[in-house]
Design a protein around this ligand. Sequence first.
Ligand SMILES: Nc1ncnc2c1ncn2[C@@H]1O[C@H](COP(=O)(O)OP(=O)(O)OP(=O)(O)O)[C@@H](O)[C@H]1O
Length: 579
Amino acid sequence: MDRYEQVIELAKRRGFLWNSFELYGGAAGFYDYGPLGSTLKRRIEQIWRELYVIHEGFMEIETPTIGIEDVFVASGHVGGFSDPLCECKECGEAFRADHLVDKIVEIADALSNEELDRLIKENNIGCPECGGELGEAYEFNLMFKTSIGPGTGRQGYMRPETAQGMFVNFQRLSRYYREKLPFGATQIGKSYRNEISPRQGVIRLREFTQAEAEIFTHPEEKTHPNIGRFEDVTLNLYSDEAQQKGVIEQMTVREAIDRKIIAHEFLAYHIALTNNFLQRVGIAADKLRFRQHQKDEMAHYAIDCWDAEILTDRFGWIEVVGIADRTDYDLMAHAKTSGTELVVHVEYDEPKMIEQFVVKPNMAKMGPLFKGKAKTVADALKELSSDELDKEEIKVTVDGEDFTVPSDIISYTQETVKVSGEKIVPHVIEPSYGIDRILYCTMEHAFEEEMVAAEGEEEERIVLRFQNEVAPVQVAILPLLTREELMDPAKQIAEKLRNRGLLVAYDDSRAIGRRYRRNDEIGTPYSITIDYDTLEDNSVTIRDRDTMEQVRAPVDGIEDVIYDLVYGKRDFETAGVKL
Ligand SMILES: Nc1ncnc2c1ncn2[C@@H]1O[C@H](COP(=O)(O)OP(=O)(O)OP(=O)(O)O)[C@@H](O)[C@H]1O
């Protein structure tokens, strides 16, 4: 069994992850979260919310998981959200063509279908299932289609990312934030991709959870007021240049900015924030790196893109977060398709004097032509762009009425005018997290097998060394025996701890040793045992999952002691408990 199998076996047995539709034989690309898995997921999402929503102030919104066609035409998903598919001519199995050659070239997903076909031929790659000959690669769109409404309905798609819900609400968001850049919105929710061959279990799902932030910034202001928070943090950077050499470089955030390895401070801040989040949920620092997209891999409109990658036992480095400066691409695309300007009005600190062409309608001629509307038509002319004015007959619409103005009754002058602000299409910085992959990695990095002494013998122990903050059970309450006199106080203690906001599991089944093992396996950081001494001196035993150290502590105030232990505010010594 490799580590992946061990983790998945434990995850299934203990109620973290289950294959969906198991009763009916299952379906690839879908996983259910059991009781502990769901809680673990919520804990991870909660920390994400704390960082992005509460601290950064990027408010969370919730938009439909089904989208209408216009949205995905504008975003480019209808036209281009596809992976190269290759089918076996013999058994009919489908494969991602780029995955078939990813051992041969470094960045297989940047190759064209022709290049993929050539590599498959040159390297005699056959069907991984039956060895048969493979057909030519072709593009397969990954969006699930659906129809909205009865009958043939209206074409709809299950969203392949949460991001579009934020872009299409740009105007409302901008008003909510009173047009003060930078501002951002976040969304945590399901996304759907009809992945070609999801053979990597929970790593590649057809329905998965994303946590995304769309941060709208001024295109020319990409410094960050809080960069000082992270300047001295060391990152494992695998820049485009470092990838040529094949070495991951360690450097501080400040150095990466000064050496222009990361395009700008704002992006660097968000890479550092991702680093902070991933380590806080329990990703091992030495198994985490940030890989920069190479030139031919990066979207043509992007300024800079980095993927947070985590080292896993079976799959090697996997992408869990993408962090990109996407420029004004998304807003421009939606503005074009919807015919609506998506801009913010930025006020200058001081009004600026600028030279400008100004339209001068000849009112003596406008009057007879447009009568009582002459003034409003003249005002409407002043709002037109130079393209719209550069016509023989100029069209304007006033209060729903169309007017045609002959160009010879208009003249232009150059004037110095005072302007107090300008219209700007913001740039978008997007951190895009895959929660399921992160959850799996927290389990794999927390997983440990060790030999421990038990009753004079060595015994194997499996322990999930979760960070206390993400552990789905923070404290287990274990009466030594299933006797009323022990169970009653145990239940009372459990209630006290729940009232303190802790995640508590009360467990009185089977021998105490087995219950410790079970809690080690699900990663419970602390266990409290209630025994006959409890009845004598009102004290309990607290056991630490990692060290297996046991201490006695008074029942009075136990909720505060455990709370502080869980949230790292006290250790056993400062908790005032005795060995
Ligand atoms: N099929 C999937 N199953 C689980 N998580 C996914 C899946 N596709 C994407 N994600 C997560 O969403 C994040 C952002 O999505 P993005 O579109 O950048 O992924 P991607 O580059 O298409 O991923 P990949 O190259 O692995 O298919 C990824 O970093 C990943 O964590």
